[in-house]
Design a protein around this ligand. Structure first.
Ligand SMILES: O=P(O)(O)OC[C@H]1O[C@](O)(CO)[C@@H](O)[C@@H]1O
Length: 891
């Protein structure tokens, strides 16, 4: 019986308990010492075995009497951890396992079902084992045994550490055990073996010691010696094979993980104790999701998955057939996730425990689920049909939504038809949308899509849409330097109408209009519109905007980052592309909303994506995630998702006010393919693992095929879309690299480990409708993750502190600008020093410029300068942008 065959026994479809007498076997001599054994007659061997067993039983009984009744015994074989101070060198072989006193043999596969930890202390091994899993988990476990040269038997109780050495030929180690909390493995084993007597595997010594077997073993030992596994010191008798590799991988990751946890735990002990005290009462009332059996089952399952490579998982026909979902042209393939059907089932169990479907219903029906702001979360109502009804505070919000949509339709068609004109009577063809964060990223992402969409191109002819988000004056310059203010409509987009950057930029734009058309309040009424929450109506009015005709409201129940389907997106997009295209975008989003609300979990695209997001982040530990649209027109989608997801799920408190003890909120980044391939994909393939979302389309917005090319440009693009997920999943083994004739020195550098998860979303074509679908998929994925994690995905208190401190700094700067002698004293010396450095080196600041007359507003100086530069250089401005203006301010 080689370790491998024993391992296979243990890993068979049914759990096979290893009989108690295996310990006897384990003490049998190694191949090298077995000549005397093979020269014995069968009777002599029998006799020897009997004696040994008797001795052992006596010894065992004696020890048990001395010990605490719940003590454990450990047979410790050759420790092959050679340097515990350097955790990099952690490896084990099948003969390093604790044997509890009852004779049960614990493999890493069993051990992962226990709180089994290793701790390094002055070069010795301390092992703790605790039996605490439920029976149901046991059924998936397997026993493991190996032929072991037992050198030392150690029995330790919680408060006493007595050691009996049966042989001292190998290095000594110490072991401490915690008492089992629920049920000892002895109890478990006894019960199990009573029920499963017929399943016990009896090991035939003679088989194992015939000449053939011995010579095989020698062969195995020799091949083991030749095995080249970096950083692993193998005991010479181990058999190198797949089983061993699997075993090694499982054990290594297991030990690493436990070690890290232990270390982290030590650092956080004090914090935790305090937190525990505070949290205990709350916890009793409402435990964290990580305390639920569903979560813990996933924790255990993770260890199974860690042992499986995507390369192998992808060969499973049944799994591949099952791991996709489809709805209304959207095809999701998630077979390249590090997950099995069991994973999905366990995730769905978790979703049920978290009442996911109920929470989705709460959201779409207008319950106050944003509890810190006491608001409903109803972005789905923004795309509901007019005959639907959703009530908030007794009001049917769908009616309001359609009233505003009609208002937007009428207004934007008025502008586009020339019925609504500017102050000087000119057509309004330039649109500047001033807003930041959610009041900017969504509309910009949609604009970039429609810019090249055939219908979009046609309907946008003659119009110009720009976004002014950053408060950096350079952004002002870039946005409006070459535009004619008389033909420009400014949209101030701000839910609160208080965001500092947006309001300063709005004032800048207002001044820009006044500079060119005179300081008349009618200028503002004809050239500035607002998209803001109803609760900001007074502020909108104060700004000088015509709130009867030029104010497009939305509601507190629309979160900023979820607002692109409201006036926030509707006004700029309809002005630029016409209302019809915007409506198609809403329809696409609505199609996914319905699917999200009604499809069963295992067919529900946003739910599947959300659950896998939780799996990747909270269980597999991937902190980052990428969005990789293979469509240049989606270039701003990654930024939108970045805000959508990171502002939503970058939280730490559950809805019960308890701090999470599991990772929540990924770092999102991305770039269109194939550009990303030539920038950060090196890291994705060989460095850290970041689960990837590939997004592709069957047809291009503009396909192109040169005469002599065999494939269109879109096919070329999509070839990459299909290849990358496989490259990430399969990797490339050293043998495959060698087979390509690569020199041996380079083999490790050119080997890809693979096993990197991704999922692929394939849609028919990038249209306004498909963009709506994508938007809703990602909005709902975010919500699903938040629901599972039990956090509030709809508030954003984390942005407040920075805003407040910026106000403090502004106050310091105001004082410093008033007097050259003023020295800033900020809240700490480092801040004071850097602020004074800044002030001293920025004396040419616009507001300090002494040669400016008091009537000249410095805010538009930069733009004006650019215009005069253009004039001086005798450049002809673009035809439709006649910068002369009616009052000739340029001169
Ligand atoms: O639309 P507003 O109120 O100007 O807010 C802009 C953005 O600022 C934030 O509040 C963050 O500071 C975002 O949530 C929001 O999208």
């Amino acid at each position: 019986w080689s370790p491998a065959s024993l391992w296979r026994l243990g890993r068979g479809p049914r759990m096979r308990p290893i009989p108690t007498n295996l310990r006897v076997l384990a003490e049998r001599p190694l191949a090298a010492e077995s000549s005397s054994w093979s020269s014995m007659t069968p009777e002599e061997r029998q006799e020897k075995r009997r004696n040994k067993k008797q001795n052992q039983q006596q010894q065992q009984q004696k020890q048990q009497e001395q010990q605490h009744p719940k003590s454990y015994r450990m047979f410790h074989a050759v420790p092959i951890y050679t340097d515990f101070n350097d955790v990099d060198l952690v490896s084990t072989a099948p003969d390093f396992f604790p044997f509890p006193d009852d004779g049960e043999i614990v493999s890493p596969y069993d051990a992962h079902e226990r709180d089994f930890a290793f701790e390094m202390k002055e070069g010795t091994v301390t092992t703790a084992t605790e039996t605490k899993m439920e029976d149901s988990h046991r059924s998936s476990s397997s026993s493991f045994s190996s032929k072991t040269h037992v050198t030392k038997t150690t029995s330790v109780t919680a408060d006493d550490a007595s050691t009996t050495t049966t042989s001292s030929s190998l290095s000594s180690s110490s072991h401490t055990f915690q008492e089992p909390t629920h049920r000892s493995s002895y109890e478990y084993y006894t019960q199990y073996s009573q029920n499963q007597q017929d399943e016990v595997v009896l090991l035939d010594d003679e088989d194992d010691n015939d000449d053939d077997s011995i010579s095989k073993r020698h062969d195995n030992e020799n091949s083991l010696r030749n095995l080249q596994v970096p950083q692993i010191h193998l005991p010479p008798r181990l058999v190198p094979n797949v089983a061993w590799e699997h075993h090694h991988r499982a054990t290594t990751s297991f030990v690493h993980e436990r070690l890290q946890r232990r270390r982290g735990q030590r650092d956080q002990t004090i914090d935790k104790q305090q937190h525990q005290l505070e949290g205990d009462t709350k916890r009793k009332r409402s435990p964290l999701v990580s305390a639920t059996p569903e979560w813990q089952r996933l924790e255990l399952h993770k260890l199974e998955i860690e042992n499986q490579h995507l390369r192998d998982l992808l060969k499973d026909e049944e799994r591949s057939q099952a791991m996709f979902a489809e709805h209304d042209g959207v095809y999701l393939d998630y077979s390249r996730q590090r997950a099995t059907l069991k994973t999905l089932q366990l995730l769905q169990d978790l979703a049920k425990r978290q009442r996911l479907e109920e929470r989705i219903q709460d959201m779409v029906s207008g319950k106050t689920i944003n509890f810190t702001e006491k608001r409903a979360v109803l972005h789905t109502a923004l795309r509901a049909d007019p005959d639907e009804q959703i009530f908030v505070d007794g009001e049917n919000v769908v009616e309001d939504v359609h009233q505003v949509l009609n208002q937007i339709k009428t207004f934007t068609e008025g502008v586009r038809s020339g019925n609504i004109r500017g102050y000087t009577g000119k057509r309004l063809r330039n649109i500047i949308s001033v807003g930041i964060g959610g009041s900017y990223l969504g509309p910009e992402f949609l604009h970039e899509v429609l810019k090249t969409e055939p219908d979009g191109i046609n309907s946008a002819l003659g119009y110009n849409l720009r976004f002014l988000a950053n408060v950096d004056p350079v952004d002002v310059e870039r946005t409006c330097a070459d535009l004619d203010p008389e033909e420009t409509l400014i949209i101030v987009v701000s839910k609160t109408f208080t965001t500092a950057e947006t309001m300063l930029n709005a004032r800048t734009m207002r001044q820009w209009l006044w500079d060119f058309m005179g300081n008349d309040k009618e200028v503002v009424r004809k050239h500035v519109v607002a998209c803001a929450s109803v609760s900001a109506t007074d502020k909108v009015k104060e700004f000088g905007i015509d709130t009867n005709n030029y104010f497009f409201r939305f509601w507190d129940w629309v979160g900023g980052r979820y607002s692109v389907c409201s006036a926030v997106g509707a006004v700029p997009i309809s002005l630029m592309y016409g209302f019809d295209l915007f409506e198609q975008f809403l329809k696409g989003a609505q199609s996914i909303d319905r699917h999200f609300m009604t499809a069963p979990m295992d067919k529900n695209i946003p739910i599947i994506m959300g659950l896998l997001g939780v799996w990747n982040h909270s269980f597999l530990g991937y902190k980052t995630r990428t969005t990789l649209p293979y469509a240049e027109a989606l270039l701003r989608l990654p930024s939108h998702i970045q805000q959508l997801d990171m502002e939503s799920n970058g939280k730490v408190m559950t809805r019960h006010g308890i701090e999470v003890d599991y990772p929540v909120g990924e770092i999102d980044f991305g770039e269109p393919g194939t550009n990303g391939q030539h920038s950060f994909f090196q890291l994705l393939h060989m460095g850290q693992t970041a689960p990837c979302d590939f997004i592709g389309f069957c047809q291009s917005q503009h396909d192109l095929c040169l005469d002599d090319e065999s494939l269109s440009s879109h096919d070329e693009l999509m070839a990459n879309f299909f290849a990358q997920p496989d490259a990430l999943a399969n990797g490339k083994t050293a043998d495959e690299v060698r087979a390509e004739g690569i020199e041996e020195d380079l083999v490790p550098h050119r080997t890809f480990k693979g096993n990197r998860p991704s999922m692929s979303l394939l849609l028919p074509k990038l249209t306004a409708y498909a963009t709506g679908q994508l938007l809703a998929i990602y909005e709902h994925r975010t919500a699903v993750q938040g629901f599972i994690w039990d956090i509030n995905s709809f508030d954003q208190w984390g942005v407040e502190l920075g805003k407040k401190l910026a106000n403090d700094v502004k106050a310091h700067l105001v004082d410093a600008r008033k007097s050259e002698d003023h020295v800033i004293e900020a809240s700490n010396p480092a801040s004071s020093r850097i602020l004074n450095y800044y002030v001293n080196n920025s004396r040419t600041n616009a507001c300090m410029n002494s040669d400016m007359s008091p009537n000249t507003n410095p805010l538009t100086r930069v733009t004006r300068k650019t215009h005069s530069d253009h004039a001086r250089a005798a450049l002809t401005p673009p035809i439709q942008h006649d910068l002369g203006g009616s009052i000739g301010k340029l001169s």
